[in-house]
Write a protein that binds this ligand. Structure first.
Ligand code: PGA
Ligand code: ZN
Length: 418
C-alpha cells in the first residue's frame, strides 16, 4: 500500500520549474517521476498549475502544485494499493472534479500517477515497460530525432517547428540511433561548410537561417545521403509544422481561416497549405506531418486527409491533445491517421493508455512524445515499448534530457534480447 507521497519543485531543461514526486510504499519501495512542461500549450490541453507569483521564476513556480500533492493527494491516497493504477487515477480525477484538471493541476496529478507506476514496477521487481505492457511481444519504436528547429522553438527564418529524421530502415533501435547520430553530425559539417550557424535551439535542433522550410528539408536529405544512407530506404523525414501558430497569427491580423507564415511574411489559404504539403511529399521522403493544419481548422484537416491520408502519416498533436474525446471527434470526421501521445496533455497514465488503445483500435498510429521543457525522467521510453508504439519523438541528440530517454531505450532493447 501507499505509505506516503512527497513532491518538490525542480527545474526543467529550460530552467523553468516543474514538479517531481516520490511515492513510498509500506513494503519499502519508492517510485519517482517528474513531468515535462510546454513552450506554447495547445489550447485544449489539461491545465498545468503554476503559482503566478511574479517574485519567483517570473510567475512560473509550481509550489501550489507541490502543496496539492503534499497536503491533499498524499492524505487521500495513503493506504491505496500502489498497483491499482486505475483506481488511483480515477480517485485523483474525481478529487479534481473539473474537465481539464484545473483545480489540482495536471502537473500535480500526473507526477503522482507516474510515480505510483514506478513504485509498483519496483515493488514487483520488473521494468516499468513490463509493468505497464505485460511480458512478451515487445517491439522497439523508431526514434524521430529532432535535427532542425524553427517556428516558436527558434529565432531563425524557419516556420515549421521541428524537422526530424527517422531511421526507418534500421534493424534495431541501437542501429537506428547510431545512424541518427551520424546524420546529426554530418548536418553540422554541412552547415559549417556553408558558413551557417551550427548552434542549437532550446530543444537542441540546429537553427540555421535558410531561405525557407524547403531548404531545411533539402539540407537534411543531403546530410542523410552524405552519411551514406538512402532516403526512403534507410531514412525518412518527419515534420512538426505546429500550424496552429500560423493560424493564430493570421487571425490576429484579421485573416481568419488562413495561415500566416510570419517569419516569411506569407499568407496561405488551407488549399495553399495542402498544395504545399502535397508538393513536399512528391519531392522528398516525408514520413509524417504533425499539426499540418490548425487544431480548430477541421475543414483544413479534412482536405489534407483526403489528399494525403493514404500516402503519409498525418499526425494530430494539438488537434487531439491525447484526449479520447478529441480523438473520437477526429475519428468521426475521419481526419488525420496518427496521434501524438503526451501524458501531460491529459494528466494521468490511465487516460494516456486509454487514448492509445482507442487510437490503435481505429488504425491510428500512436507516436509517444516528449515536450519542449523536459527533465531527465524517462517514463515515455517505457510507455512507448509497453504499448508497442511504432515511433517515439524524444528530441535531439544534443540535449541531455533527450539522450537520457534514448539511452533508456538502448537498455530496454538489451533486456528484451534475453
Ligand atoms: P511543445 O512542443 O512541447 O512546446 O508543445 C513540442 C511539439 O509541439 O510537439
Ligand atoms: Zn507538435
Amino acid at each position: 500500500g501507499i505509505e506516503d507521497i512527497f513532491a518538490h519543485e525542480i527545474l526543467d531543461s529550460r530552467g523553468i520549474p516543474t514538479i517531481e514526486t516520490e511515492v513510498y510504499t509500506d513494503d519499502g519501495n519508492i517510485g519517482r517521476a517528474s513531468v515535462p512542461a510546454v513552450t506554447s500549450p495547445g489550447q485544449y490541453e489539461a491545465h498545468e498549475l503554476r503559482d503566478g507569483d511574479q517574485t519567483r521564476y517570473m510567475g512560473n513556480g509550481v509550489l501550489k502544485a507541490v502543496k496539492v500533492v503534499n497536503e491533499h493527494l498524499a492524505e487521500k491516497l495513503t493506504g491505496m494499493n500502489v498497483i491499482d493504477q486505475e483506481a488511483i487515477d480515477r480517485k485523483m480525477i474525481s478529487l479534481d472534479g473539473t474537465s481539464n484538471k484545473s483545480k489540482l493541476g495536471s502537473n500535480a496529478i500526473l507526477s503522482v500517477s507516474l510515480a505510483c507506476a514506478h513504485a509498483a514496477a519496483n515493488a514487483l521487481g520488473v521494468g516499468l515497460y513490463q509493468y505497464i505492457g505485460g511480458i512478451g511481444g515487445k517491439k522497439m519504436p523508431v526514434p524521430l530525432v529532432n535535427v532542425i528547429s524553427g517556428g516558436r522553438h527558434a529565432d531563425n527564418s524557419l516556420s515549421f517547428q521541428e524537422f526530424m529524421i527517422a531511421p526507418i530502415g534500421a534493424e534495431s533501435f541501437k542501429q537506428g540511433l547510431m545512424w541518427c547520430a551520424q546524420v546529426s553530425h554530418t548536418l553540422k559539417e554541412l552547415l559549417r561548410d556553408s558558413g551557417l550557424s551550427a548552434s542549437f535551439s532550446d530543444v537542441g535542433g540546429y537553427v540555421p537561417n535558410l531561405s525557407g522550410d524547403e531548404e531545411a528539408i533539402r539540407l537534411i536529405v543531403r546530410a542523410i545521403q552524405k552519411s551514406g544512407y538512402r532516403t526512403g530506404e534507410h531514412f525518412a523525414v518527419a515534420i512538426d509544422a505546429a500550424a496552429g501558430e500560423m493560424y493564430n497569427e493570421a487571425k490576429a491580423v484579421g485573416e481568419e481561416g488562413q495561415y500566416y507564415f510570419w517569419k516569411q511574411n506569407r499568407m496561405l489559404t488551407r488549399e495553399d497549405m495542402v498544395k504545399m504539403w502535397n508538393d513536399y511529399c512528391r519531392k522528398y521522403p516525408i514520413l509524417s506531418i504533425e499539426d499540418g493544419m490548425a487544431e480548430d481548422d477541421f475543414e483544413g484537416w479534412e482536405v489534407m486527409t483526403d489528399k494525403l491520408g493514404d500516402k503519409i502519416k498525418l499526425v494530430g498533436d494539438n488537434l487531439f491533445v491525447t484526449d479520447k474525446l478529441r480523438l473520437k471527434k477526429g475519428l468521426d470526421l475521419k481526419i488525420a491517421n496518427s496521434i501524438i501521445i503526451k501524458p501531460n496533455q491529459i494528466g494521468t497514465l490511465t487516460e494516456t493508455l486509454g487514448t492509445i488503445e482507442l487510437a490503435k483500435t481505429n488504425g491510428y498510429t500512436p507516436i509517444i512524445s516528449c515536450r519542449s521543457g523536459e527533465t531527465g525522467d524517462t517514463t515515455i521510453a517505457d510507455i512507448a515499448v509497453a504499448v508497442n508504439a511504432k515511433y517515439i519523438k524524444a528530441g535531439a541528440l544534443s540535449r541531455g534530457e533527450s539522450v537520457q530517454k534514448y539511452n533508456r531505450l538502448l537498455k530496454i532493447e538489451e533486456e528484451l534480447r534475453y
